[in-house]
Design a protein around this ligand. Structure first.
Ligand SMILES: [Zn+2]
Length: 138
């Protein structure tokens, strides 16, 4: 018993925050899902999971009566990133920043691209976070 107690206590060494973050991160989740400011990261994850405060998401969960955006069109994730006239200026900046991708899909913005390097996916996510922050939608 004493031996077991000592054996356990040997594992109670202080861990750095970096070590803790690595240990708490499941291996199958890409590193770019963890980049950026926490608020933007949470909004981005909610958009990815269709549980954001966008009207279509709230409507699908019977939280509100209408899925329509202020501009009159159904406010889903595609509308938010690609269509809504309320975000035209910041969208132009986003598309310019991501023009190196060629054709940009909603999937690229939400999940990154698995054929690209981790650094490139981090760049994509940071630009998406900037869009989310500047949209002041959440
Ligand atoms: Zn709209």
């Amino acid at each position: 018993m004493l031996y077991q107690k000592n054996a356990v206590s040997r594992h109670h060494y202080p861990l750095s925050n970096q070590t803790l973050k690595k240990q708490n991160r499941p291996a199958n989740i890409p590193a770019h899902y963890y980049v950026g400011d926490r608020d933007q990261n949470i909004h981005h994850a909610r958009l990815r999971m269709n549980c954001s405060p966008l009207k279509a998401h709230l409507f699908s969960k019977n939280i509100i009566d209408s899925p329509h955006c202020q501009c009159g069109v159904i406010e889903d994730t595609y509308h938010y990133f690609f269509d809504c006239p309320l975000h035209n200026e910041i969208r132009q900046q986003l598309m310019q920043n991501l023009s190196f991708l060629g054709n940009i899909s909603i999937r690229d913005l939400l999940f990154g691209r698995y054929d690209l390097s981790p650094d490139t996916n981090i760049t994509i996510f940071k630009h998406v976070h900037t869009f989310i922050r500047h949209s002041k939608r959440f």
